[in-house]
Design a protein. Structure first.
Lengths: 465, 302
């Protein structure tokens, strides 16, 4: 008897453990449940039938800590469900940064992304390499996204590969020169007219650094690939390129040299860039939010970060176009659709994203509501509408602005054409980080040698497989 | 416990033994499953990944291509050089300093307990907190170290921001964080050295240095060599310190170590194959050291 009991206990224990282990291993994916209800149509061009019963999971729902955004998300789901009562939107939220690149890469590898997943524009290659996204060209049409004609074609093109569309944008940016208005005024500079060339940047940085008290005029990154990212942006501003049309490194030339020489002059001759180097994304924002930094290259939403996370005030910041103004690095983010999603799931997702992120006056563009909820209105980002759509959006935005939008006038009045990031961007940036850290930490660094070695390495990276 | 005599059938014996230990086997399953899913399976998978490539959604076998990719990468040789430099410096500092500290501690008759605690305290601090602390200390503008040098009328250093001193600075922080454990082990070994040996040496007219050379070191040789190998294996895998102190790169990439590069391959470049291949290279090297370690510790037992 006794052994029986024991054996049963052991068996139960073993199977319980096995079950838990299996449960832990299984990744839930509602993408596998095909909708069974009537009303589903496999014709991609017809928009979602309101009778179709569909469930979609989607990430980057605002976390509880972002109460106002979450409230708006819920309101939007409720309103969306008035038109599509049979669509269930399962929002998933992540506290903190919603897309962390290492986690994103691992998620693709494990194929554990939700049906509709958030991604940066630059992620398309790795998403496709992991067979993660569905071609939605046939689903995204003027019928399903009425504002499609007003969306900047170059932004949509970033989400295309070989003529196939793999996502829809929710936000985009172009880089400009972010300035601390308070320090500009203290240094006797005009914050409404930020520097437009690198000579002007250097002169302004010198004046700001002369304020003393640990204030730096201009700041730059040099590690975690952010240095290379900014070198690229600077290069674009001066009309240069990182990777040429021949697929080889194209920065070891007079323009590339000019960037290094200018940084070296500011860092070592003028001492206007501060002593602390090896900075990465987040460090310059902290310096600027605490009025220790006059200028750096940034996207408009860096201001949101400084205000919401670091306690700064919107009126303290302004933006001008990127120095040089020939072209500027463009980026952004959007949603992609998991490979294997059913046609109705894709239609439901497109309908939801259209409502939440691509309709003027609705969802993220319902500015009067954002203002009432205490959220910032007035940043020049997202900026993917053109023509009549842009005019309408600008008008609505201006009517509810919560910040002095005049501070962004130099940036908005001098639009610089956006240019996407180079191929193998992260690997190239890692190499270019060394150029940046070299010139910013070594007084005697030889620019020709730094660029020569970087060129060799980048060509190796580009030629490697 | 008088068991009735049973037929000496080995199969029945085995079944009986198995049944007798069924509960034990049940309990073992948890551990086995845990190890299989989170340790053994990932190891096998890594081995497979090193010979595969996923591109355009298709995974295919590519033979030694990932290894070729790794060895064609200009960052790899720098990473190995950096790792060896870290290992060399970390052994020099991380081996000598705790040994000397334990020698000194061993001489104290009073307050040894408190001093032991003091030495061990940094180990109890979360590594990230210690590293952030050092990051502030090293800052060339407002950092503690340069202020101290200034006070002593010594020239200020660039610490993490110079290719010459970046790795040394990482090693100093790492040694401070990790030396507590080694110090305690050496101290225990020193206290196991019989006092008569020192008395005999003293009678023979040996001074302090000769006592250390002829008594202490021979008596603790095995512990010393084991610790050396353990530190060698640990320092070759250094990741947290350079990753947090210098953004995984340092000036001109001078603190990118092999494991940092493996991480970047996988999570920055989406090159899992390259990451796995480089990981295997490191594994082979460390397996060699580990074999030596096992051999030494077996000698120690005999």
């Amino acid at each position: 008897m006794r052994t029986n009991v024991r054996r049963n206990v052991a068996a139960a224990l073993a199977s319980a453990l096995a079950v838990t282990a299996l449960a832990a291993c299984g990744t839930s994916s509602s993408g596998d449940d095909k909708p069974q209800a009537s009303g589903s149509s496999t014709d991609a061009a017809t928009p979602l039938d309101p009778k179709a019963k569909v469930t979609i999971s989607i990430d980057c729902m605002p976390p509880a800590a972002k109460a106002a955004e979450l409230k708006e998300w819920k309101e939007d789901v409720a309103e969306f469900n008035k038109t599509y009562p049979n669509v269930t939107i399962e929002g998933r939220s992540t506290p903190g940064q919603c897309l962390e690149p290492p986690r994103f890469t691992a998620m693709l590898k494990a194929k554990s992304q939700p049906d509709v997943f958030y991604a940066y524009f630059t992620d398309l290659q790795q998403v496709l390499d992991n067979d993660g996204a569905q071609d939605v060209s046939a689903y995204v049409t003027p019928a399903s996204v009425p504002a499609l004609g007003d969306i900047d074609k170059s932004v949509m093109d970033v989400l295309r590969r070989d003529g196939k569309l793999y996502g829809v944008p929710t936000s985009n940016y172009t880089m400009g020169l972010l300035v601390n208005r308070k320090l500009f005024q203290q240094a006797g500079l005009n914050p409404d007219n930020p520097p437009r060339t690198w000579e002007e940047v250097r002169a302004a940085a010198k004046k700001i650094a002369a304020l003393g008290n640990g204030v730096a005029g201009f700041g730059e990154y040099s590690v975690e690939n952010t240095g290379g990212w900014h070198y690229t942006a600077t290069m674009y501003g001066l009309g240069g390129d990182i990777v040429g049309p021949d697929g080889k490194a194209a920065f070891n030339n007079a323009t590339g040299r000019q960037i290094v020489d200018n940084l070296r002059a500011m860092r070592w001759e003028d001492d206007s860039m501060g002593k602390t180097q090896l900075l990465k994304w987040g460090d310059l924002q902290k310096q600027m939010a605490s009025d220790k930094l006059g200028m750096f290259l940034a996207a408009p939403d860096d201001i949101t970060y400084m205000v919401q996370q670091l306690g700064a005030k919107y009126e303290n910041f302004g933006m001008g176009p990127i120095p040089g103004g020939a072209a500027t690095l463009a980026g952004g983010n959007g949603y992609m659709f998991k490979k294997g999603s059913s046609p109705d799931q894709i239609k439901a997702a497109v309908a939801w994203l259209n409502f939440k992120t691509l309709t003027i006056g609705k969802g993220q563009f319902q500015y009067d509501r954002s203002k009432a909820d205490g959220l910032p209105v007035g940043l020049p980002q997202p900026a993917f509408f053109t023509g009549a759509g842009k005019a309408k959006d600008d008008e609505l935005k201006a009517a509810s602005a919560t910040m002095p939008v005049a501070n962004f006038k130099p940036f908005l009045d001098n639009p610089v054409p956006g240019k996407p990031e180079p191929v193998k961007a992260q690997e190239v940036y890692k190499v270019l980080d060394k150029v940046m850290s070299g010139v910013l930490t070594n007084k005697d660094a030889d620019p020709a040698q730094l660029l020569g070695e970087a060129e060799k390495s980048v060509n190796q990276v580009l030629g490697n497989q | 416990m008088s068991a009735p005599t049973l037929p000496r059938d080995s199969r029945a014996e085995f079944v009986r033994a198995f049944k007798r230990n069924l509960t034990a086997h049940g309990f073992l399953i948890g551990a086995v499953l845990c190890f299989s899913f989170f340790s053994w399976y990932p190891m096998v998978r890594e081995f497979l990944l090193a010979f595969q490539k996923t591109e355009g959604g298709a995974t295919r076998w590519v033979g030694w291509d990932n290894f070729r990719y790794v060895f064609a990468d200009p960052n790899v040789w720098q990473a190995w050089r950096n790792t060896l430099l870290f290992t060399g410096l970390a052994l020099l500092l991380g081996f000598l300093v705790p040994f000397v500290v334990s020698l000194v501690l061993n001489e104290f008759r009073h307050a040894q307990g408190y001093l032991r605690l003091l030495v061990y305290l940094p180990v109890m601090m979360p590594p990230v907190a210690s590293i952030l602390l050092f990051k502030y200390f090293y800052d060339p503008g407002y950092g503690l170290f340069n202020r101290a040098l200034e006070f002593l009328h010594l020239p200020a250093q660039d610490w993490l921001q110079s290719t010459d001193t970046a790795m040394l600075s990482v090693v100093i922080a790492s040694t401070w964080m990790n030396m507590g454990g080694a110090t305690l082990i050496y101290l225990a070994a020193l206290q196991g050295v019989p006092g008569e040996l020192y008395e005999a040496a003293e009678l023979d007219g040996a001074g302090l240095l000769r006592k250390i050379w002829h008594v202490t070191i021979p008596q603790t040789k095995l512990i010393l060599s084991l610790m050396l190998l353990m530190q060698l294996i640990a320092t070759m895998q250094v990741f947290v310190e350079p990753f947090l102190l210098t953004g995984g790169a340092g000036p001109e990439g001078s603190t990118t170590t092999v494991v940092v590069l493996i991480y970047q391959y996988a999570f920055s470049f989406n090159q899992y194959g390259g990451a796995a291949a480089l990981g295997l290279c490191l594994l082979v090297l460390l397996a060699g050291f580990s074999a030596l370690y096992v051999r030494l510790s077996r000698d120690n037992e005999n």
